[in-house]
Design a protein around this ligand. Structure first.
Ligand SMILES: NC(=O)c1ccc[n+]([C@@H]2O[C@H](COP(=O)([O-])OP(=O)(O)OC[C@H]3O[C@@H](n4cnc5c(N)ncnc54)[C@H](O)[C@@H]3O)[C@@H](O)[C@H]2O)c1
Length: 353
């Protein structure tokens, strides 16, 4: 393989990734959820949470600290509330099934809450929000994650980069409002990739292990990530630890196992919390969607800031990436394709790379 990035159609990539997971003893229905979730991130341009993660996730199955064939238990606390034991399932599976159940409940009862524990890293949060928005629901999904960020005033990675994620439907089912943002100034996967490919990162995103600002991806990855907005991002990552870790019964307070590192000492016990509301709970659907559209149109007509030609709503940049990537194919960096090729050779399956 020469050192060029590779362009691949999303459906071919999806099938390939699904095969990899099946080789890891993941049942086809779950392998399909995982591969769709990973490729969906690449389609939306969120490559830090796309197929680049496959080797890391698979290693956890290989090391027997993640369960490929979980028996997920759904405990009904009340008609609106579920407590879900993920049985150490991959987070894509637990969160997808949980959000689907929440949508069912919210459509019937108006609101649903699910607390999930014994799960793993769930990748791009937007995957689950899209299930809700496509079904005319508003949703939040929170997750705990492994230590990466310092609490404000500390000089040690303690809380996760876990995203603050909120979705609401708009009149265009395919272009929902999706605010899906890491608590860190940049997603950790981007640092990992910079470390691997030897690329520089902008200053201000991370400190090295001695606490010095760095633009070296490898040093940043070994060091401490910085939250967005100083104490505000740090505060949200702490909130995430409370709501998705402590509240659900997952690990918390710096105890979630690191997906990236070599900590295979046991299950990660990631927790997630879902809140799902029927969008037309207080008014009819037509009125809700009309107001959302009006709100977007009003914002778009505002006077533009310097260097801005237009104003986008959260989720719109990813929608545009999706339009492009579905047409042209997904561009997979050489290093990522190379890793996947090596993995497929090990598993004795055909690689499209
Ligand atoms: N599972 C985990 O533990 C975990 C941890 C961290 C991050 N993540 C994932 O990482 C992904 C990337 O996170 P990120 O913080 O790097 O995202 P980002 O900085 O690319 O985008 C953050 C948000 O800003 C919006 N946005 C971007 N440009 C905009 C513009 N010009 N106008 C209006 N809105 C705009 C996006 O639509 C998005 O909602 C997310 O999908 C997140 O779920 C997952």
């Amino acid at each position: 393989m020469n050192k060029k990035n590779i362009n691949i159609k999303h459906n071919i990539l999806e099938k390939f990734i699904c095969r990899i997971y099946e080789k890891y003893n993941v049942p086809k229905k779950y392998a399909s959820i995982i591969s769709k979730g990973l490729v969906r991130a690449d389609i939306r341009g969120i490559w830090s949470h796309g197929v680049v993660r496959v080797p890391i996730y698979c290693k956890r199955i290989e090391k027997k600290v993640a369960n490929p064939r979980p028996k997920i238990k759904f405990k009904k606390i009340s008609k609106n509330i579920l407590h879900i034991d993920g049985d150490n399932s991959l987070g894509f599976v637990t969160s997808t099934l949980a959000m689907k159940k929440c949508v069912q409940i919210a459509k019937k009862n108006g609101v649903a809450i699910a607390g999930i524990y014994n799960s793993n890293h769930f990748g791009m949060a937007a995957n689950y929000l899209e299930i809700a928005t496509k079904n005319n629901c508003i949703a939040w999904i929170f997750t705990s994650s492994s230590p990466a960020l310092p609490p404000h005033g500390a000089m040690a990675a303690h809380f996760g980069t876990a995203p603050f994620a909120f979705g609401a439907p708009t009149a265009n089912k395919n272009k929902p409002f999706i605010l899906d943002m890491a608590c860190s100034a940049v997603a950790r996967g981007k640092l990992k990739f910079a470390a691997k490919s030897g690329k520089k990162i902008p200053y201000g995103l991370a400190l090295d292990k001695y606490g010095k600002p760095t633009n070296d991806g490898a040093k940043a990855f070994e060091g401490i990530m910085l939250p967005f907005g100083g104490m505000k991002g740090a505060g949200i990552s702490w909130m995430m630890d409370i709501i998705a870790g402590i509240f659900t019964g997952g690990f918390h307070s710096g105890n979630v196992k690191n997906q990236f590192g070599n900590d295979f000492s046991g299950p990660a016990n990631v927790g997630h919390l879902i809140i799902c509301l029927k969008a037309d709970l207080f008014q009819n659907k037509k009125s809700f969607l009309k107001k959302i559209e009006l709100g977007i149109r009003k914002v778009k007509k505002l006077k533009k800031a310097k260097n801005f030609n237009e104003i986008l709503h959260p989720g719109e940049p990813e929608f545009r990436a999706e339009q492009k990537n579905l047409k042209r194919g997904i561009v997979i960096p050489y290093e990522v394709a190379n890793d996947l090729k090596a993995l497929s050779a090990k598993l004795n399956i055909k690689s499209p790379f």
